[in-house]
Design a protein around this ligand. Structure first.
Ligand SMILES: NC(=O)c1ccc[n+]([C@@H]2O[C@H](COP(=O)([O-])OP(=O)(O)OC[C@H]3O[C@@H](n4cnc5c(N)ncnc54)[C@H](OP(=O)(O)O)[C@@H]3O)[C@@H](O)[C@H]2O)c1
Length: 327
């Protein structure tokens, strides 16, 4: 039997980290070779603690899915925490990985790294071509620094130490483990909750902010996890063929976008809400369209598998379970 790599999944209790653990187990990776630590057990902003952990564990691979994540409101109120904690976590983990002989690391970023006015669909080479969206600029700057950390370690230590650190940038994600907080959640979990509550309360209508016309892209989280494992396991030759040393990150999207109105109608259907869906056009809309170009990933042999209807059903089932537990 070939020896299995020892893999650390940072952020294993988060939506994406937990899905990466499920994905590794589903692909036959033995549970005893997957290393995890809760935030309470290991604060990744603590450099000494992170170095001690890496020294003890002798890891082969790292998925960096721990981050301080939040919506527009949290990003506006706590910009210092968003930039500081994300810079610290990723810098500590990436540097400790290098110092302790980890050759393969996957850094998870986000589509907010791209300029506010990037041409649609957004290609990887739109990075650093314009101003960022101001509300989450500190978070986006940290994510861009994460990509550049990976690239710089590859460039300096790739040949001498076999360092091979990669980055994936997912579009909007949803699915099991999502945050259903009434004020501080992303659009899909927020609408699942609102339609569920409207159905339970026999509300005749649900009003959604904006005109309903902006288009957005969504990816089921298990697809994101599968894509991360796929990119991690690509041969160096295949990866090098489709990336550049200073333009190495890879977009991960479904390749399809839909209007907020279409999304709302799909969620209402999934939840079984039969009342009216109306739009308050006095409220702001945001960018008219945000879609990733995932051609690079497609060329590397991966495509999303879970469509929106199936994904929403799985997400709603998770909401019902979570609600029964602790919402
Ligand atoms: N959700 C999305 O739509 C989306 C879209 C694009 C990209 N992403 C990216 O995917 C990654 C994971 O996101 P997610 O949605 O899975 O976030 P999440 O559910 O909030 O999970 C983040 C995880 O990081 C852990 N963490 C935070 N601070 C930590 C610290 N100082 N030390 C140790 N652990 C810490 C959290 O633990 P505690 O909860 O215990 O603090 C949590 O388990 C992020 O890099 C994010 O940028 C997410």
């Amino acid at each position: 039997m070939t020896e299995q790599p020892k893999i650390y999944v940072a952020g294993h209790r988060g939506m994406v980290g937990s899905s990466i653990v499920r994905q590794l187990l589903a692909q036959g990776h033995p549970a005893e070779s997957i290393v995890t630590r809760t935030h309470a057990e290991l604060d990744l902003t603590n450099q000494a603690a992170v170095n001690a952990f890496f020294a003890d564990e002798k890891l082969d691979q790292v998925y960096l899915a721990a981050a301080k994540v939040g919506g527009i409101i949290a990003n506006s109120i706590y910009p210092a925490e968003f930039i500081y904690q994300n810079l610290m976590m990723q810098t500590n983990v990436i540097d400790a990985a290098f110092r302790h002989g980890v050759q393969k690391l996957m850094f998870l970023g986000s589509s907010c790294i791209y300029p506010k006015l990037a041409p649609q669909p957004m290609r990887e080479d739109a990075l650093l071509t314009g101003m960022l969206e101001p509300t989450n600029e500190p978070y986006a700057i940290a994510k861009i620094a994460g990509i550049k950390l990976c690239e710089s370690y590859n460039r300096q230590y790739g040949n001498s130490h076999g360092v091979d650190f990669r980055s994936v940038m997912p579009t909007n994600l949803y699915g099991p483990g999502d945050n259903y907080h009434p004020e501080n959640s992303h659009v899909i979990p927020a609408l699942i909750r609102r339609f569920h509550e409207a159905k339970a309360g026999n509300a005749s209508s649900v009003t959604i902010w904006g005109t309903g016309t902006p288009k957005r892209e969504f990816l089921f989280v298990d697809d994101m996890a599968a894509a991360s494992v796929h990119v991690m396991n690509l041969s160096q030759a295949a990866y090098d063929q489709h990336t550049k040393p200073m333009l190495s990150h890879i977009n991960v999207g479904s390749g399809e976008d839909l209007t907020i109105r279409e999304l709302a109608e799909a969620i209402a259907k999934t939840v079984g809400y039969t009342g009216q869906v109306t739009f308050d056009s006095s409220k702001p809309d945001g960018a008219p369209r945000k879609l990733m170009d995932s051609g690079r990933l497609k060329a590397l042999g991966w495509q999303a598998k879970i469509g929106l209807v199936q994904g929403l059903e799985l997400a709603y089932n998770d909401f019902l379970k979570t609600k029964a537990g602790h919402i």
